[in-house]
Design a protein around this ligand. Structure first.
Ligand code: 5AD
Ligand code: SF4
Length: 502
């Protein structure tokens, strides 16, 4: 097979641009980080004169931004990519690309399995996608065969620092900001360190500039993204003699420092964090959350298991006692904090009794949101290589369902605690299910529905919480001066608990 590796040293060929902008459609699988990378890739394409389309059938270039975290995620991608085979037969000029985690993991074997794919680009290559597309076009124009025109770009050393200040913004109220990429931990089940590489944190000044730019364009809520967002700055050098000491290890910059800087940006209303690792919960971070009123009192803090033996086999770096200590640090500083968790059920050798310890930890900590996954062996991870996937699928299913049921019960309890309270709520948009109602997010990260006019969107108002479900709240706007500034009648009736957001 003749695939050329397209390296950082290659330049995009300088050819006259097509008169009508070529249209790009990006299909995204996986986590928020992938959604963010897709937005970055789209921005790069726009900048290079391409157009973005939401319609797959009218695209000249279709890109799949892929996930490898579980086998199921990869299976879905293969079937989507397979769907395009016929489209490509009908339109041989179509360009099909696979980018992201699965592209990084599988590499040029994607070409073997899906002969109609033209581009395979890894997790740190998306900024160069327009150049890769140009390269395919150039090679085709040179008369190279379809397989010789393919490009493969998998280098991992590109720091992907992207300045988006000159990119158009669609006016949305919410923006993602990746503060760090990659993962330096070594959880035995996880493919991420392999496909996303070592940690790179972006400098505070760079992130603050980007955040300010967003706010100027109308953004009010920023989600800080990182595989372990609270290990932000661990890869920086400690301050040299004479330089100021910051709040991280040995005086390094840390997430706490970043939060104080972002809190000070006028016009920014909310800061969200995805996802934390228990090992990097510090007093300084807990204090920063307590002192920064814009930071949501909601943290995803995955436990993965409640069994010390399983946690050790997962190499999570904590046991149950240590996990509890980290949450105590957070709760001591922010008593009303809400925590969320991810869980893996059916990790190799996990017994029923060990699974019950996960249930006990979920109940004990009262996680308000829980994402539960059946263990899926990932090629080349330690768990997949050293341990047999010995928990039968039926048992995984049962454990999954039991944990889901407990999660719903706990979610309802946690949401119900807010009933009767008035909560600072950022109004995000209108409810699709219930005309005349708005959807917002309380300062505890909970979704709340309440009647109100669309003019409130993008503002913070006080909402009286009147109903709860396992997944959300319902209420009505309190007679708060901030809400009353709007010359609209404040709704007097609240929706019932059954109507609450799910
Ligand atoms: N199998 C099942 N779930 C996994 N996760 C990560 N790797 C695997 C795997 N091999 C889950 C973890 C992680 C979430 C994003 O996906 O719970 O927090
Ligand atoms: Fe996100 Fe991990 Fe999936 Fe990559 S493998 S898309 S980092 S969840």
């Amino acid at each position: 097979m003749s695939i050329s590796r397209f390296t950082s040293a290659d330049r995009a060929p300088e050819e006259p641009r097509a008169e009508v902008a070529r249209k790009v459609h990006v299909v995204t699988f996986g986590c928020q980080m992938n959604k963010y990378d897709s937005l970055l890739a789209e921005g790069r394409f726009r900048r290079e004169g391409f157009a973005i389309t939401s319609e797959l059938h009218e695209a000249d270039i279709v890109l799949f931004n892929t996930c490898s975290v579980r086998e199921h995620a990869e299976d879905r991608t293969w079937s989507w990519v397979g769907e395009l085979k016929r489209a490509k037969e009908a339109r041989p000029d179509l360009i099909v690309g696979v980018m992201g985690c699965m592209a990084q993991r599988v590499g040029d074997e994607i070409f073997d399995r899906a002969g109609h794919v033209d581009i395979v680009a890894g997790t740190r290559q998306f900024a160069r996608l327009p150049a890769l597309v140009e390269e395919v076009l150039h090679r085709r124009q040179q008369g190279l065969s379809r397989s010789a025109a393919r490009v493969l770009a998998l280098e991992m050393d590109d720091p992907v620092a992207i300045d988006r200040s000159d990119e158009p913004w669609d006016g949305g109220l919410h923006a993602y900001l990746t503060v760090m990429r990659g993962c330096d931990l070594n959880c035995t089940y996880c493919i991420v360190p392999r496909v996303r590489g070592r940690v790179i944190s972006y400098p505070i000044a760079h992130l603050v500039r980007e955040a300010r730019g967003f706010v100027e364009k109308g953004v009010r809520v920023i989600t800080l993204l990182g595989q372990t967002v609270n290990s932000y700055g661990e890869d920086f050098a400690p301050p040299a003699a004479g330089e100021p000491e910051l709040r991280g290890r040995q005086g390094r910059a840390s997430l706490a420092d970043l939060l104080y800087e972002l809190q000070a940006i006028p016009g920014l209303m909310r800061i969200r964090l995805i996802t934390l690792h228990p090992s990097y919960v510090t007093n300084a971070l807990a204090q920063a959350i307590a002192q920064c009123s814009k930071v949501e009192r909601f943290l995803p803090l995955p436990a993965q298991s409640g069994s010390d033996r399983v946690l050790k086999a997962m190499k999570r770096g904590y046991n149950r006692e240590l996990f509890a200590k980290r949450t105590e640090i957070l709760r001591a500083a922010v008593p009303d904090i809400e925590l969320a968790s991810d869980w893996i059920v059916g990790f190799p050798t996990e017994t029923d009794a060990e699974h019950e310890q996960s249930e006990a930890l979920l109940a004990e900590q009262g996680f308000v949101v829980n994402y539960i996954f059946k263990y899926s062996p990932r090629p080349s991870t330690h768990a997949a290589e050293a341990l047999a996937d010995d928990v039968p699928e039926e048992v995984k299913k049962t454990r999954n369902q039991r944990l889901l049921a407990l999660a719903a019960e706990t979610g309802l309890k946690r949401h119900s605690r807010h009933v009767g309270e008035t909560r600072r709520t950022f109004v995000e948009g209108t409810s699709e299910k219930r005309p005349g109602e708005l959807l917002g997010r309380t300062i505890h990260g909970m979704i709340v529905s309440f009647p109100g006019p669309a003019e409130w969107i993008g503002r913070e108002i006080e909402v009286r919480i009147e109903g709860a479900s396992p997944y959300g709240l319902a209420g009505s706007a309190a007679a708060d001066p901030r809400a009353l500034q709007v010359p609209q009648q404040v709704p007097q009736e609240s929706p019932s608990a059954e109507q609450s957001a799910t």
